[in-house]
Design a protein around this ligand. Structure first.
Ligand code: PGA
Length: 250
């Protein structure tokens, strides 16, 4: 059985006190949820306090990124080991904003995946095409290339601890969601691509999340697809009611 996951990517939003307020609201409203794993990825400053508040609740903490080095003189960076020590169990890697604004390549993301796995953190690995690629009908080719590059030399044993997020870049923060058919078609393609690398057991077991303007009004029809196992939520995760309503959409 694949895990249902709803993960909130707060991006660069919320001060410390605003973040604590939001975490407490989410914790209070999340109590009845049983069949879905909730994950929140606040900015780093909140990770340890959020992990403390969410202890023994059905909520795990994630980093939004980590360094591509183990430790040392990398001013401003945060390592996988530090994240783990602050209470995170997941890390979002390869988000399109990291790719676009910080020039992250599949090779860099591959290094980060390895460092996370070595530190017992589960990477939520993002892929997805930009609008021009979809319009040129290159979206399958682009996503296949990202997957192959990011999972280079990752063993089958290690791959068991991976979550994938498909996030069409044209749908992120734009209010323009992929249709349920577009999401299902790409999720199935990703599962087939994984099957070709790792075999059917692992491809059947990997959770593939959809991200890009997912909200309470469209989550149900997106999650109803057989290959959509949850969502990576940006904007709507900043509101506790919306985030929990999305998690209740299975
Ligand atoms: P959005 O962001 O839900 O605001 O579109 C999703 C994401 O970037 O993970």
């Amino acid at each position: 059985m694949r895990k249902h996951i709803v993960a909130g990517n707060w991006k660069m939003n919320k001060t410390f006190s605003e973040g604590i307020d939001l975490i407490n609201k989410i914790i209070n409203k999340s109590e009845p949820l049983q069949n879905v794993q909730l994950i929140i990825a606040p900015p780093f400053i909140l990770t340890s306090e959020a992990a403390r508040l969410a202890m023994n609740k059905n909520i795990d903490l994630a980093g939004q990124n980590c360094a591509n080095h183990d430790e040392g003189a990398y001013t401003g960076e945060i390592s996988a080991r530090m994240l783990k020590s602050s209470g995170a169990t997941y890390v979002i890697l390869g988000h399109s904003e990291r790719r676009a604004y910080y020039h992250e390549t599949d090779e860099i993301i591959n290094t980060k995946i390895k460092l996370c796995l070595e530190n017992s953190l589960t990477p939520i690995v993002c892929c997805g095409e930009v609008l021009e690629e979809r319009e040129a009908n290159k979206h399958f080719e682009v996503v296949a290339k990202q997957i192959k590059g990011m999972f280079q030399d990752i063993s089958s044993e290690a791959f068991k601890n991976i979550v994938i997020a498909y996030e069409p870049v044209w749908a992120i923060g734009t209010g323009k969601t992929a249709s349920p058919e577009q999401a299902q078609e790409m999720h199935l393609f990703i599962r087939e691509t994984i099957k070709n690398i790792y075999g059917s057991d692992l491809s059947n077991n990997v959770s593939i999340l959809y991200g890009g303007s997912c909200k309470p009004s469209n989550a149900k029809e997106l999650f109803a697809n057989p290959d959509v196992d949850g969502g990576l939520i940006g904007g709507a995760s900043l509101n506790a009611d919306d985030f929990i309503a999305i998690a209740n959409s299975f």
